[in-house]
Design a protein around this ligand. Structure first.
Ligand code: SF4
Ligand code: SF4
Length: 351
């Protein structure tokens, strides 16, 4: 097993978690399952058609499957009517470790998926403890193998990027940037707006913005013509339109000072994840950027996160007919936003 300095638990610090009865939201995304998992064969014996092969030809995805879903957009086929797992004792690795996530970059970092509503100050389970339990679920040889590969990837960065800046330094620069960040005026770049619209109008149901309400309903937002529809999604993939807003009326709303503080806390969390730093390196390699430009790429990526967050927070506020974005709206937006962020490709490997 890698030495402890190779493993970073920092983003889990201070978080408490308990899974919510009757939620099942994390089972609404097709969880990845690896062939090397101890339960892989057991699940197949239970249901030979349990998996779909992840088939886009990328060597990193070889041997990776996902659970089949109802109608390609409902929950995992094993989620029961009461939103409990039908194969609980032999469920997959990622089902056991959620909402802890793993990123293999210059080290292995554990971080939280904030798309879950199970975080709360009063709850008793400490996320660092959960992170350690989650680690114990992964075979040591797999951790070593992935960590070895990812470290090799990161060791190649100085050759790929002239005037390379190491990830720790880049991360510190980003955290300083968040501290100085201003939250006005609300001018949104064309890139962010285009990305927001593309996500809202995806034909791929799974890529649409998804949201878990306080009442534990699953919702999806979709842009159709000039309307953004709010759609209820049930376990087996059936949908029902709830209401809609006029898209052209959607403007970025004012944020209360508590709301600004809450988004700044969230941005600090993002900036401290190695996944986000991996996003920056990937961009730099794609753009054949010089390392001198790395801090600029990093801050403009974070600005994009902020802008998309503003847009999503305003969308929620518009549906709730609020003129202001409150701290509560920011907390809700984190649920709506974080699942999307997790899908942004990064230099490194996600387990
Ligand atoms: S999303 Fe969170 S609270 Fe809901 S079932 Fe999954 S782990 Fe539990
Ligand atoms: S196997 Fe169980 S825990 Fe895992 S995604 Fe399916 S229903 Fe959810």
């Amino acid at each position: 097993m890698g030495t402890m300095t190779d493993i970073d638990f920092t983003p889990l610090k201070g978080l408490k978690f308990n899974c919510l009865e009757g939620c099942g939201f994390c089972c609404s995304f097709p969880a990845e399952v690896r062939q090397w998992e101890k339960n892989f064969q057991l699940i197949l014996e239970k249901d030979a058609g349990a998996f779909r092969k992840w088939d886009d030809g990328h060597p990193c995805l070889d041997g990776i499957y996902t659970f089949k879903q109802h109608n390609d957009r409902g929950a995992c086929i094993f989620l029961k009517e009461n939103k409990r797992c039908g194969i609980y004792d032999i469920r997959a690795l990622l089902c056991r470790t959620f909402p802890v996530k793993f990123f293999f970059g210059w080290r292995l970092q554990l971080y939280p998926s904030m798309s879950c509503r199970g975080f709360s100050d009063d709850e008793s389970s400490d996320m660092i403890l959960l992170g350690k339990e989650a680690m114990a679920e992964i075979p040591a040889d797999q951790i070593n193998k992935m960590l070895g590969e990812s470290k090799e990837m990161y060791a190649s960065l100085p050759e790929r990027i002239a005037n390379y800046i190491p990830p720790e330094i880049l991360q510190n620069k980003l955290l300083e940037y968040v501290d100085k960040m201003t939250f006005e005026p609300w001018d949104i770049s064309d890139v962010s707006r285009a990305e927001f619209e593309a996500e809202l109008s995806s034909e791929n149901f799974i890529d649409l913005p998804t949201y878990l309400t306080e009442g534990l309903d699953w919702q999806v937002f979709k842009l159709e013509g000039d309307f953004v529809r709010r759609i209820l999604l049930n376990r087996t993939g059936e949908t029902e339109n709830i209401d809609s807003i006029v898209y052209s009326n959607l403007s970025v709303k004012p944020f209360s000072s508590e709301a600004v503080e809450a988004i700044s806390r969230y941005l600090r969390l993002i900036a401290s994840t190695d996944h986000f730093i991996g996003v920056v390196y990937r961009k730099a390699i794609e753009q054949k950027a010089d390392g001198n430009q790395l801090p600029d790429i990093a801050t403009s990526e974070l600005d994009k996160v902020k802008e998309l967050f503003f847009l999503k927070a305003s969308l929620l506020a518009e549906f709730e007919k609020r003129e202001h974005v409150t701290e509560k709206t920011v907390e809700d937006t984190i649920i709506l936003y974080d699942g999307y962020l997790a899908t942004v490709p990064a230099f490194g490997m996600i387990l």
